[in-house]
Design a protein. Structure first.
Length: 280
């Protein structure tokens, strides 16, 4: 049986008359890197804040196992503190602290311990905040767009190191991101929110194996059975993104062609569709 790191049942969060999350149920597996995606206002930050205990839910239940650390894009650093001071501060704030782990993270990115945080670049400040978060030895690390000010190469390096942390420990990472093109090779599991509800949830490889792109002559419906996630049409051609049990190698008659789907295709297809059948 798969161990669960974070679970919700009929979770809802309302701000006055607006529901940021509604009837949201999910069970996220432990010891994975989970890519959390969705458009602005989809409920990603609200979900993370509830998981971290910062926000109370309006309705429903939340169950989290172990220690939770939330790191947002607005990184909690004191500009006058040196990097070493920040580690000491983290040690005093947390009942559990792993100094070697924090120092190891900083050494990977050559962050000087004696420099004030206010004198560091935005990317270096991100690494300090990450070191403090990892030093607290969380079971669940929630990253709400903290890598946004890193260049693509640095983001790839950081996510690669996070994969190593997950492999070497009991850590589960939930990474919220808008950089859809950089999701490939980063997450083991995908959770996609749309309008405060779950639209897609599952192991990345399994989800990719369940979807196919069908390209052929102009048509109202695809040539195979399945859930139409997205459809695009020109005067002569139709393209369908379909969730089907037949998978990406779906046999179709000419002139139709079945093509495999990338993770970016999958995410953008669900984000762009208005089809309610795409929701869980």
């Amino acid at each position: 049986m798969t161990e669960v790191a974070f679970e919700t049942q009929n979770l809802g969060k309302r701000y006055r008359k607006l529901w940021a999350l509604k009837d949201f149920s999910v069970a996220l597996p432990a010891n994975k890197v989970i890519a959390l995606v969705g458009a602005n206002g989809a409920g990603k930050s609200t979900l993370m804040s509830i998981a971290a205990g910062i926000l109370p839910p309006t309705e429903g239940e939340v169950r989290v196992g172990g220690r939770v650390v939330l790191l947002s894009q607005d990184k909690p650093l004191y500009r006058s503190f040196s990097v070493a001071d920040m580690l000491n501060f983290g040690r005093h704030l947390n009942t559990v602290w792993d100094q070697p782990r924090a120092l190891s993270w900083l050494s990977r990115f050559d962050i000087p311990l004696d420099r004030p945080c206010g004198k560091l670049s935005g990317g270096q400040q991100t690494q300090v905040a990450m070191a403090v978060a990892l030093g607290a030895r969380p079971s669940l690390l929630l990253l709400d767009e903290p890598l946004a000010n890193l260049d693509p190469v640095a983001r790839r390096e950081v996510t690669g190191e996070l994969l190593g942390e997950v492999a070497d420990s009991d850590l589960t990472v939930v990474l919220s991101t808008h950089v859809v093109a950089e999701l490939a090779g980063v997450g083991d599991h995908l959770l996609l929110l749309r309008g405060g509800r779950g639209a897609l949830d599952g192991d990345v490889e399994e989800l990719l194996s369940q979807h196919t792109r069908l390209v052929g002559p102009r048509a109202d419906q695809p040539p195979v059975d399945g859930q139409v996630v997205q459809s695009q049409h020109t005067a002569r051609q139709s393209t369908f993104l379909v969730r089907t049990l037949l998978g990406p190698e779906t046999p179709v008659a000419a002139p139709w062609q079945a093509q495999p789907v990338t993770l970016e295709d999958l995410v953008l297809g669900y984000l762009r569709t208005g089809n309610a059948e795409g929701e869980l």
